[in-house]
Ligand binder design. Structure first.
Ligand code: DGY
Length: 326
């Protein structure tokens, strides 16, 4: 007996081995345009599919109305703030993401941002390249220590724990965290202290924001929060740009309320050349590359493909988004 393979659409480029895996289990078509496809283009490609593999791009009621057969949307990311969960739930469409596989890679990048801002690495690189290095010890180049300082993690999930492990055992840091729920595993493993948001903001030398973007966390860090931070605090955001009021961050930097910032994410991506954040030497900016190593991106794409196939075969993959479980 031959069974018909489910039809799916691959909206973002995937490595050949992932495409081959999808081809073994599904009939597929894929987006081959140079630029990411628009919502209108996506709508035209999903009218008869049961599965959609994507990353980013709004998945909302308007789009889903074009896809009456859709059973699953699988994103190649841990963040799924682009999913309208209510619209998906109403239509019985499952959503999947790629947690855990990227923890170490994102944590490495967060540590890189902490070190880069504290030791002013991009600024120093520029200094050497442009021939400004004329004499030996120059105290105008001094930065701040990372080791043995206090790290405050807002959003102590699996990535936060992976950062805390590096900070504690690699740099001897003291770990504070603030979360919706206590993370007893983290408390035992790194002797982390669960503190209020105010305590975290006031006591931390490094503040790492890792909370997912939801209605509750939109602009979680704004004017009032920056005002509580130490003048020597370094603020790192590797979650989603909209968790921070960027205008308030700019004001905090202009008024020297904090020492500097390391940002992998922005309210509007890609960053516009006029964004005032680009003008601060004490801000290190990255193009949303937290999980972007060759291996981790391959693993994420494969996990996303496996999640999608699993749902289409009636399974319950590990990446099934909790809000969309039955
Ligand atoms: C994620 O996986 O959510 C990363 O931020 C890449 O989008």
């Amino acid at each position: 007996m031959t069974t018909t393979k489910p039809k799916v659409f691959i909206a973002r480029p995937v490595p050949p081995e992932v495409e081959a895996y999808i081809g073994r289990h599904c009939t597929y078509s894929k987006w081959e345009g140079e630029k990411p496809l628009t919502s209108e283009q996506l709508a035209g490609h999903i009218t008869d599919v049961e599965g959609l593999l994507t990353a980013g791009g709004r998945i909302d009621a308007e789009l889903l109305d074009h896809a009456p057969h859709l059973k699953v949307v699988s994103t190649m990311s841990v963040g799924y703030n682009n999913f309208d969960l209510v619209a998906m739930k109403q239509r019985g469409i499952k959503g999947t993401n790629t947690p855990n596989v990227l923890n170490d890679t994102v944590a490495d990048l967060i540590i890189a941002l902490m070190l880069s801002v504290a030791r002013r690495v991009p600024e120093m690189d520029k200094y050497v390249r442009e021939g400004s290095w004329k004499r030996g010890d120059n105290e105008s180049l001094f930065g701040l220590d990372v080791h043995h300082k206090t790290l405050g993690i807002i959003g102590m999930g699996s990535i936060g724990r992976t950062v805390a492990r590096r900070a504690k055992f690699g740099f001897g840091m003291n770990i504070l965290y603030h979360n919706r729920n206590r993370n007893e595993q983290g408390e035992q493993e790194f002797n982390a202290s669960y503190v209020t948001m105010e305590e975290l903001l006031e006591q931390s030398d490094f503040i790492v924001l890792m909370t997912p973007l939801t209605e509750d966390t939109h602009h979680l860090i704004g004017e009032a929060e920056f005002s509580r931070m130490k003048k020597t605090a370094i603020f790192i955001n590797a979650s989603r740009g909209q968790t921070v009021d960027e205008e308030a961050l700019v004001r905090a930097l202009q008024n020297k309320k904090i020492y500097g910032a390391g940002l992998d994410v922005f309210e509007k991506e890609p960053v516009h050349p006029d964004n005032p954040l680009l003008s601060f030497p004490n801000v290190v900016l990255l193009p949303h590359i937290g999980s972007s190593t060759e291996k981790t991106r391959l693993d994420m794409a494969m996990q996303a493909a496996e999640n999608m196939v699993s749902v289409l075969q009636g399974g319950t993959p590990a990446g099934l988004i909790r809000e969309l479980r039955d």
